[in-house]
Design a protein around this ligand. Structure first.
Ligand SMILES: Cc1cc2nc3c(=O)[nH]c(=O)nc-3n(C[C@H](O)[C@H](O)[C@H](O)COP(=O)(O)O)c2cc1C
Length: 420
C-alpha cells in the first residue's frame, strides 16, 4: 500500500462540544453514567446514592431479580415501528418509564429536582417529587409541564401531613404516592461509616475532598443553601437534619390513616412500598388506584423480596383495572420490558437518574432517558412485539417460566467484597 493510500484510511475527527458533552456522548449504558458520576462526586455523596441498608442483600437481590430472567422471543413479526407509548393512570407517557422520588437531590447538583423535571418533561415521562425534596413543590409547577406526582411521608404531626396533601392538590399534582416502607429509617451503613450528614457539614474530611473534587464543591458553594424545601420548622426550631428527621416519621400509621388520605386527596392515589397481593387487594378495596412496588432500592428493610418478584402475584390478585408501578433494580431497557411482561404498567428508576444528574446535569438525565427508552425499543423489536400494550398482553409467553440460577455478579454498585 502506498503512503498516500494508507493516509487516506486514517480519519481524524476534530473533537466537538465541551469536555462534559464529549464525556456524556461516550456514555452508552447506565453503568457508564455511574462511572462518570463517580469521577465528579465526593465519595460520601456517591455512597449516599449507591448504598443500601445493612448488608445490602435487598440491593443485590433487586438487580438479580431482573438479570436472571430470560426472554423467549417470537419471530417473523412486523416490528418496523415499535410503539413504546404507555398509558398510566389515565395519562399517556412516551414509554413505560418514570423517575422515582429521591430526597435531597440538589446535593447531587445545584439545579437538582428542576433539572430532572425538565428532562422528564422533554422525554414525556412522569416525575415524582419527594417530601424530602430540596425544591418546593410549588416551584416545580412553574418550571415545566412534566406529569407531576408527589410522594408523601406520613408525619407524626398529622396537621403537617395534611397540609402537604393540600399544597400538592392546590399545585395541581396528578398522583399522590404514600410511602409505606419507612416506619423507621433503614440502617444505611455506608452513611453511618462516612459520618454523612444532611445538610453536609464541613469536616476535616470534606475540606480534604474540596481539593480532590473542586468542580463539585465550587458549584455547591456558589449555589443557594440546601434545605428540605417542603418542610417548615423542625424540632426545637433547629431545622431538619438526616439525624432528626427519621423521628418525625410516624411508625403508627395504619389503614385508617390511609382511608383519611383517600378522602383528602382528590387525584390518583398509590401505595409505595413492598406491597404484597393481600395488601394490594385491601388497598384497592379502600379506593386506592394502584401500587408502586418498591423496596426503596434496598435502602429500608434488608432481605426484602425484590419488587420484580411481586409484580405477577400482585397483578393476578388485583386484576387489570389497578395500576402497578415498579422500581428497584432497573438498569436497562430490557429490565423495563421484563417488568411490563410480568404485568406492570410502568417501571421507575431512582439511582440511575441521580448518577446521570451528577455526571452531566440536565443533559445527563436527557441522555439516560434516551438510552433506557432506546434499549426498551430495541428489546421490543427483538422480542417480536410491536407495542407496549402487546408486550403487556403477551408477557407470560415472552418470558421463560423455568427456574434460573441466580447470577453471581452484581453489575452496578453492589456491596464491595471484603478482602480475603
Ligand atoms: C438517594 C436516594 C434517595 C431516595 N429518597 C427517597 C425519598 O425521599 N422518598 C421515597 O419514597 N423514596 C426515596 N428513594 C427510593 C426511590 O424512590 C426508589 O424507590 C429507588 O431508588 C428505586 O431503586 P433504584 O435506585 O434501584 O432504581 C430514594 C432512593 C435513593 C437512591
Amino acid at each position: 500500500m502506498k503512503l498516500t493510500e494508507a493516509l487516506g484510511l486514517v480519519s481524524f475527527k476534530v473533537p466537538q462540544g465541551s469536555n462534559s458533552e464529549r464525556a456524556l456522548a461516550r456514555c452508552h449504558t447506565v453503568e457508564d453514567l455511574r462511572r462518570l458520576a463517580a469521577r465528579r462526586l465526593p465519595g460520601s455523596v456517591l455512597d449516599y446514592i449507591d448504598g443500601g441498608a445493612d448488608a445490602e442483600h435487598s440491593l443485590a437481590g433487586n438487580i438479580e431479580a431482573f438479570a436472571r430472567r430470560r426472554f423467549t422471543p417470537v419471530v417473523l413479526a412486523d416490528v418496523s415501528s415499535p410503539d413504546t407509548a404507555a398509558t398510566v393512570l389515565g395519562r399517556q407517557a412516551a414509554a413505560p418509564l418514570g423517575f422515582a422520588p429521591t430526597g435531597y437531590t440538589r446535593m447531587i447538583r445545584p439545579d437538582g429536582e428542576r433539572a430532572v423535571a425538565r428532562a422528564a418533561a422533554g422525554a414525556g415521562l412522569p416525575y415524582v417529587l419527594s417530601t424530602m425534596a430540596t425544591t418546593a413543590l410549588e416551584d416545580l409547577v412553574t418550571d415545566s409541564a412534566v406529569d407531576r406526582w408527589f410522594q408523601l411521608y406520613v408525619w407524626k404531626d398529622r396537621a403537617k401531613t395534611f397540609e402537604l396533601v393540600r399544597r400538592a392538590a392546590d399545585a395541581g399534582y396528578r398522583v399522590l404516592e404514600v410511602a409505606v416502607d419507612t416506619a423507621v429509617p433503614g440502617n444505611r451503613l455506608r452513611d453511618v461509616r462516612n459520618g454523612f450528614t444532611i445538610p453536609p457539614r464541613l469536616t476535616a474530611g470534606s475540606l480534604l475532598d474540596i481539593g480532590a473534587k473542586p468542580g463539585y464543591w465550587t458549584k455547591m458553594l456558589r449555589a443557594p443553601g440546601l434545605e428540605f424545601a417542603n418542610l417548615s420548622g423542625g424540632p426545637a426550631g433547629a431545622g431538619y437534619t438526616i439525624e432528626n428527621i427519621g423521628a418525625q416519621f410516624d411508625p403508627a400509621v395504619t389503614w385508617a390513616d390511609l382511608a383519611q388520605l383517600r378522602a383528602a386527596w382528590p387525584g390518583k392515589l398509590l401505595l409505595k412500598g413492598p406491597v404484597g397481593p393481600a395488601d394490594a387487594v385491601r388497598a384497592r378495596e379502600l379506593g386506592v388506584d394502584g401500587v408502586h412496588l418498591s423496596n426503596h432500592g434496598g435502602r429500608q428493610l434488608d432481605r426484602t423480596v425484590a419488587p420484580a418478584e411481586l409484580i405477577a402475584p400482585v397483578r393476578e390478585a388485583v386484576g387489570e383495572d389497578f395500576a402497578v408501578v415498579v422500581d428497584s433494580g432497573i438498569r436497562h431497557g430490557a429490565d423495563i420490558a421484563i417488568a411490563i411482561a410480568l404485568g406492570a404498567d410502568l417501571a421507575m428508576v431512582g439511582r440511575p437518574y441521580l448518577w446521570a444528574l451528577a455526571a452531566a446535569g440536565e443533559p445527563g438525565v436527557v441522555r439516560l432517558a434516551e438510552l433506557l427508552v432506546g434499549q426498551f425499543r430495541r428489546t421490543m423489536a427483538l422480542l417480536g412485539v410491536a407495542s407496549t400494550a402487546e408486550l403487556r398482553r403477551r408477557g407470560p409467553q415472552l418470558l421463560d417460566q423455568g427456574a434460573r440460577p441466580a447470577v453471581s455478579q452484581v453489575p452496578v454498585a453492589g456491596p464491595i467484597p471484603a478482602r480475603t
